[in-house]
Structure formats: structure tokens, C-alpha cells
Design a protein around this ligand. Structure first.
Ligand code: SF4
Ligand code: SF4
Length: 289
């Protein structure tokens, strides 16, 4: 049976990807890793995947005019609320695929066609297989793409006999986060001791609880504001959520990131690497693998 863990945070830049990369470096052959932060993927910077297969992602539709049928009544151009049609040419970036032009065209000269919104990659890293994606500029539907990345990662884990998919999730609490949460075994939420960090944490805890997902918390930069760290610990206790661990402000993490290496590999004997190792040990014990 393949398990799935998603690493989440209320916003970007809270150490989510740094921790995912370090966990990947520790877990290696036990996992398949997936980057579901499809709007701003950056796990590849630390894991340096070599792409083995690439697939188009068709997540949206755009209108296409058949000039042979068009009688140039201009009804579509005059009624498109998104100003996507100019001189009977459709701008695929502005077209929202709403279908209005299709329904009002008197001669059925317009149809909606699927467009390529991005790409999904199946890759190899020196640690484990990786599934990741790229959404084209100005494209939406990142929730659908997250679901596709998760499906591919799960299938790959089954094929390769690996028991866990480790997901670097999207930040926030929007549609892509919901798509990355449903049906997983554990959500690990990274937070920081700031007022906004606490607010974001409350929202994600509620969201994960709503979907019946087991939750654990990691406090990043815990020593930057001990008052807020205490508030986070209290919030977790009140919600019956374990704080898996706390990582301090540590320049080594930045150094490792600049060198594009997971910190546990860059400085394996450092205090922060030991803390990360201990956290992963707890996760393995919790899921029993
Ligand atoms: S599908 Fe909607 S947005 Fe696109 S061109 Fe037609 S009316 Fe405009
Ligand atoms: S509504 Fe149909 S016929 Fe009229 S201009 Fe648009 S595509 Fe041509």
C-alpha cells in the first residue's frame, strides 16, 4: 500500500521546500517525491532531476473560429466579456473558455478546443524518482494539475515498489492545496513564529481537519520569536496536534540552499540536520514503514 505525506505551509518561503528536500535525501529509496507547488515549483533546484518523460497537461479550453464558416456578423467579438476577440482573431491568453461565443454564433463557426496549459515530468534524481510539473504563464487550473502529479507519483511508487509518496505541497489554502490534501495519510504543516504565520496555521489546521487528515506541525525559525513559538505550541496542544520538531534560525540552511544541496547532505553533523533527521524518524515511526 502506498502512503502519502504532504508538506504544507500558509505561504511560500517558510522552509517547506528546504525540508522536503532534506526529507527526500534521508528517505531515498523508500519514496517517490512529488512537487505539487505547480505555480512556483522550486524543489527541482535542490534535487536536480533528470527528465525521463514529459507529458502535455491540457487543463483549459480556448475558442477557435473556423474562418471558412464565419459570416463575419461580429456577434462573438461584440459579446466576449474578456475582450479576447479582435478582428476575429482569438487571443488564447485572454480567452477564458466560457463558451459564450460558441453558443451565440449563428452558423456554428466557433468551437472550444483543449489547450496545452503546462507539462508534467517524470524524472530521476540521485535520491529517488520525482514527478513534477510546470504550468504555463497566466494559466489556471493548478488544482487539476496537482491531482495529475499526485496520480502519476502514486502509480510510479506502485510500479517501483516504494511505500511512500512525499509531496511538496502548494502554499496557502486555495484550490491547489485542497487538491493536494484529499485522501492523504499525513499533512505536515510548516509554520513560523509570526502573527501571520499563526493565523495561516490556524486556517490550514482547520482545512486539514475538515478533510479528516492527520496533522503534524514543524516550527521553522522557532528561536526568532519565542513568544509566538509558545503561542504556536499552545495552539497545537489545543487542537491535539503534535509539534514534530522545531528548527532554529541557522545560516547553514541558506549556505546549503545557495549551493543547491539539501542541508542534511551539506552539513550532516550539524544540529539542524540532526533535528531534521529526528523529525523524519518520528514520521517513519508514525506511519510504520
Ligand atoms: S470562449 Fe468566452 S472568453 Fe473565449 S473568446 Fe469565446 S466568449 Fe470570449
Ligand atoms: S459569431 Fe460566428 S459568424 Fe459571427 S463573427 Fe463570430 S464566428 Fe463569425
Amino acid at each position: 500500500m502506498v502512503r502519502e505525506i504532504t508538506i504544507l505551509s500558509g505561504k511560500g518561503g517558510t522552509g517547506k521546500t528546504t525540508l522536503t528536500a532534506s526529507f527526500t535525501s534521508i528517505a531515498k529509496e523508500k519514496i517517490v517525491v512529488a512537487d505539487c507547488d505547480v505555480d512556483a515549483p522550486n524543489l527541482h533546484i535542490l534535487l536536480k532531476p533528470r527528465v525521463r518523460a514529459e507529458e502535455e497537461f491540457k487543463g483549459s479550453k480556448v475558442a477557435v473560429i473556423d474562418k471558412g464558416k464565419c459570416i463575419e456578423c461580429m456577434a462573438c467579438e461584440e459579446n466576449c466579456r474578456f475582450n479576447a476577440i479582435s478582428n476575429l482573431e482569438i487571443d488564447p491568453i485572454l480567452c477564458e473558455g466560457c463558451g459564450l461565443c460558441v453558443s451565440i454564433c449563428p452558423v456554428e463557426a466557433v468551437k472550444l478546443e483543449e489547450s496545452v496549459s503546462g507539462y508534467v515530468f517524470v524524472s530521476e534524481t540521485k535520491y529517488c524518482p520525482m514527478v513534477h510539473a510546470k504550468l504555463n504563464v497566466a494559466e489556471e487550473n493548478s488544482g487539476k494539475l496537482v491531482t495529475l502529479v499526485r496520480e502519476k507519483a502514486r502509480k510510479l511508487a506502485e510500479q517501483k515498489g516504494r511505500g511512500l509518496v512525499l509531496v511538496d505541497g502548494p502554499p496557502g489554502i486555495g484550490c491547489p492545496v485542497i487538491a493536494s490534501l484529499t485522501g492523504i495519510d499525513l499533512a505536515i504543516i510548516i509554520t513560523e513564529p509570526t502573527e501571520s504565520g499563526i493565523h495561516d496555521l490556524e486556517r490550514i489546521l482547520k482545512l486539514a481537519e475538515h478533510f479528516g487528515i492527520k496533522r503534524k506541525v514543524i516550527i521553522n525559525l522557532y528561536n526568532v520569536n519565542m513568544d509566538n513559538t509558545r503561542k504556536i505550541r499552545e495552539l497545537c496542544e489545543k487542537n491535539n496536534v503534535e509539534v514534530l520538531g522545531e528548527t532554529p534560525y541557522e545560516p547553514l540552511i541558506n549556505e546549503a540552499t545557495v549551493k543547491m544541496i539539501p542541508v542534511v547532505e551539506y552539513s550532516p553533523l550539524s544540529d539542524v540536520s540532526k533535528k531534521i533527521g529526528a523529525m523524519w524518524g518520528k514520521v517513519e515511526a508514525e506511519l510504520g514503514f
